[in-house]
Design a protein around this ligand. Structure first.
Ligand code: OXD
Ligand code: MN
Length: 598
């Protein structure tokens, strides 16, 4: 039994038929995106317990979902890039040949949807009708996936209108939660076939195939072949008092505060003067040269899949506001007194009458005192972008927004100063390739272990990282003097006692302000061995002079030659594994070393 296909496109129909023959669902439902259909699916999921309805007065339209405890995060060790040639996946991706991977997975997919319904989800990554947008179709046996895709993408029949009657340019995504068996869990990209296969997970990043799998892994490969870029970047607009808005994209490794920066609220002085930050995206940017030769960015997503713990009125007011209606919460805690949600640092009052994320009824304060968390540390909200109070008016602009500056960053206790600018695009590409972040004590037990995460794309690049760097260099050549300026920031510098010396959060506005002034040629800079640094007097520290004293500022802007020489050594080692390393990047490393030795 099935409803009618929503398209006559023979490529889509043939592929769906093939997936049905493989997985043999009892029923096939094409997702048109209508209110009635979504309402019926919600009610079905509530009746089976897959979703829990939250307090509809306090959190209208909000639902709750709990995953299996073994299925709470992306699984990088089970994520594969399956290109015909191993070299094309590069040395830092897991690889298997497409034939071998299919031989392994086809038996697992065979008949896996027997007794279940297959949902066929057409969706657009990017505003409908945008020249930068792309269509995907995901088939899945999970209503949770349908409801999340409805928030995270432009989902439904409209996506097929964008695709047209005959095009074959759509990304094929096959997902089955199967038995949610961690031993059989695979997240597989076939970039040469525009195809994604995901099995045995029901957790966000592994199953919302439009996000990391398509919009980064597959799209990065498409971008290389088609002359554009898919990046793990937020997009924000900085509005100046005269109403002029400048756009910045920024790539930080996971858990370095991309969502916070994208939704930043400026310090009082800036607010009073008329500055404002607008959010275009918090995680992914697709960027392509526009007609005027500048680089334009869209956010391919339609919602935020954010980490809940740590989000509160102070840390990210706008994100919290975004979660107040039509949001899906996954693996947070429930406050049973009023059927609302709670997570660590939500406020200082964990609910006494709580259900923790695995489903046990507990006394919140006591449970926490015993060393537990009520919410899983990677618990999430899936919130519609339209809920965000500072959503950019350009969010749906099909042409995207022109990018003035690109920022890289990571968590670095010592070496990296608060902010510096590259000498040019090639040097900026080097800086991106050198992005690394130190693990925190909470995550690993070992502080200061350096993890390389070039352009914050290590887990998300769908081909050889060295070829990806070559693509960056090519894009720079194409953009010429219209290319965005490239910067590196570090909000996480520490003193000898391990205290952060930069206040961060809203005060990061002061750094964005300097960055835009550099782009506009309004301020000079000090030229150092590593790049251009702010002159101390050019950073606006009004209101935080007590905290960021001239001595602290000195430390924030210090370039320690010995530490930087060690950094060069580290990068030399890191680069060794890349047979296809572009010569221009090896040269940049030599040049950096030469400047440090001067
Ligand atoms: C994410 C991530 O979930 O980068 O966005 O891990
Ligand atoms: Mn991310």
């Amino acid at each position: 039994m099935s409803n009618k296909p929503l398209t006559t496109n023979p490529n889509v129909l043939a592929w769906v038929d093939e997936m049905v023959a493989l997985t043999t669902p009892d029923k096939v439902v094409w997702i048109d995106g209508s209110e009635e259909q979504l309402e019926a699916l919600k009610n079905e999921a509530i009746s089976t317990g897959e979703m829990i309805e939250l307090n509809q007065e306090k959190l209208p339209g909000c639902l709750y979902h709990r995953t299996k405890p073994n299925d709470v995060a992306r699984v990088e060790d089970r994520t594969f890039i399956c290109t015909e040639k191993k070299e094309d996946a590069g040395p830092i991706n897991n690889w298997m040949s497409p034939a071998d991977m299919k031989a392994k997975l086809i038996p697992m997919y065979t008949g896996v949807m027997k007794g279940r319904t297959m949902y066929v989800i057409p969706y657009s990554m990017g505003p409908i009708g945008s020249p930068l947008a792309k269509v995907g179709v995901e088939v899945t046996d999970s209503i949770y996936v349908v409801l999340n895709m409805n928030i995270m993408t432009r989902m439904g029949a409209q996506a097929f209108e964008n695709l047209g009657e005959t095009s074959n340019d759509f990304v094929r995504g096959l997902h089955s939660k199967a038995d949610v068996d961690p031993e059989g869990r695979y997240i597989v990209q076939f970039p040469e076939e525009n195809t994604i296969w995901s099995i045995n997970s029901a957790y966000g990043g592994n199953v919302l195939l439009g996000k990391k799998c398509f919009a980064l892994r597959i799209a990065s490969f498409q971008g290389k072949n088609e002359g554009w870029m898919a990046e793990h970047m937020l997009i924000l607009g900085l509005e100046k008092p005269n109403g002029d808005v400048k756009y910045i994209t920024a790539a930080f490794p996971s858990a370095c505060g991309k969502t916070n920066l994208a939704m930043l609220i400026p310090p009082e002085g800036y607010k009073k003067a008329g500055y404002k930050i607008w959010t275009v995206g918090d995680d992914i940017a697709w960027m392509k040269p526009g007609k005027d030769g500048r680089l334009y960015a869209i956010n391919p997503e339609n919602g935020f899949f954010g980490v809940a713990p740590g989000t509160n009125e102070k840390s990210n007011f706008n994100a919290l506001e975004s979660t107040k209606k039509n949001t899906i919460f996954t693996n947070v805690a429930i406050n049973n007194d009023d059927n609302t949600v709670w997570w660590e640092k939500f406020d200082k009052n964990p609910p006494v009458n709580a259900t923790e994320w695995k489903g046990a009824k507990v006394n919140g304060p006591e449970y926490i005192a015993e060393g537990n968390t009520l919410a899983h540390p990677n618990s999430r909200f899936t919130a519609p972008a339209v809920n965000c109070p500072c959503l950019s008016p350009e969010f749906n602009n099909p042409e995207g927004v022109p990018v003035s500056a690109i920022i890289f960053g990571g968590r670095r206790a010592k070496t990296t100063p608060l902010v510096y600018q590259s000498f040019d695009w090639t040097h900026g590409t080097y800086m991106g390739s050198a992005v690394s972040s130190e693990t925190t004590a909470a995550a690993t037990g070992a502080v200061g272990v350096l993890r390389h995460d070039p352009m914050a794309m290590k887990p998300f690049c769908g081909y050889d990282m060295a070829d990806y760097w070559a693509h960056w260099l090519e894009m720079g050549e194409k953009l010429g003097d219209k290319a965005p300026k490239i910067f590196n920031v570090n909000w996480f510098k520490q003193d000898e006692d391990g205290n952060f010396i930069w206040p961060g959060f809203g005060d990061n506005m002061r750094v964005l302000d300097w960055i835009i002034k550099r782009c506009e040629g309004e301020v000079d800079a000090q030229e150092t061995a590593i790049g251009y640094l702010p002159k101390p007097e050019d950073l606006n520290l009004k209101g935080i002079e007590d905290e960021v004293t001239p001595e602290v500022l000195d430390k924030l802007l210090a370039v320690d030659t010995d530490l930087w020489k060690a950094e060069v050594e580290e990068m030399r080692n890191y680069y060794k594994q890349f047979d296809r390393l572009p010569k221009a990047l090896a040269d940049e490393l030599d040049k950096l070393e030469a400047r440090l030795n001067k």
